[in-house]
Unconditional design. Structure first.
Length: 227
């Protein structure tokens, strides 16, 4: 079993993966350095996946790393969260969240329903990465991550606080208040996840990432931290 560790160096975070006669996958362009007897093999996706990639910023090329040694992925002011994808689970990740996974985790694409995606501001064609199978996975996160279980209910968030969800949860977009009170509510539309399952939520960003974001995107400091 591969070992995933998150290193904290000089205020930045980095995923380190140790493998022994194993295979892992990582996001396109994620490699910083590697040592040992490891081969990197990018594989072209099939035509259908290449066509879908036209409508999404999710790369369909996630190179394979096979062998024995250590892999260090690119560091970031943002953070990472490592969790175990269990047999029978199917996760749906927000665009740009996937970072790396063991070889037993199967990756795919799924398209959100048109109207919820449109009203949530995700565009007309919202394709997202799916994960199934079994194994460790590392995801991008702007801050510490909490796994929240929803039991025949719903969770409503302002902005992009939810990084991923299990496939049994349905995604919706709702007004913060009934019309016309929503106009004076001071809140944008809420992202709603309904049903039974799990969500990965990052409630608060790391302070250095938030400071950097405020300094470089001063025109967008209002509203949710993750909008």
């Amino acid at each position: 079993m591969a070992t995933f560790r998150i290193r904290d160096v000089e205020g930045m975070r980095q995923v380190r993966i140790d493998i022994k006669d194993e295979t892992i996958r990582a996001a396109y362009g994620a490699l910083s350095n590697m040592s040992g007897n490891i081969s990197l093999t990018p594989k072209l996706p099939n035509f259908g996946d290449m066509f879908r990639s036209i409508f999404t910023r999710e790369s369909r090329i996630r190179p394979y790393y096979k062998g024995t040694g250590t892999i260090n992925l690119q560091p970031s002011l943002r953070g990472y969260h490592v969790f175990d994808v269990k047999p029978g689970e199917r996760w749906i990740l927000e665009p740009g969240v996937y970072w790396a996974s063991e070889g037993g985790v199967e990756l795919g694409l799924t398209k959100e329903r048109f109207w919820p995606s449109f009203w949530a501001g995700d565009g007309l064609f919202a394709w997202k990465t799916t994960m199934s199978g079994a194994g460790l996975t590392a995801v991008n996160a702007p801050g510490p991550v909490e796994v929240v279980e929803v039991n025949n209910g719903e969770i409503k968030v302002q902005g992009r606080l939810v990084l991923g969800r299990t496939g049994d949860l349905k995604f919706k977009s709702k007004r913060a208040a009934a019309f016309p009170r929503n106009i004076i509510s001071g809140q944008d539309r809420l992202r709603v996840y309904e049903g039974t399952g799990k969500v990965l939520v990052s409630w608060t960003p790391y302070w250095n990432q938030h400071l950097y974001q405020r300094m470089t995107e001063a025109e967008n400091v209002e509203g949710s931290l993750f909008q």
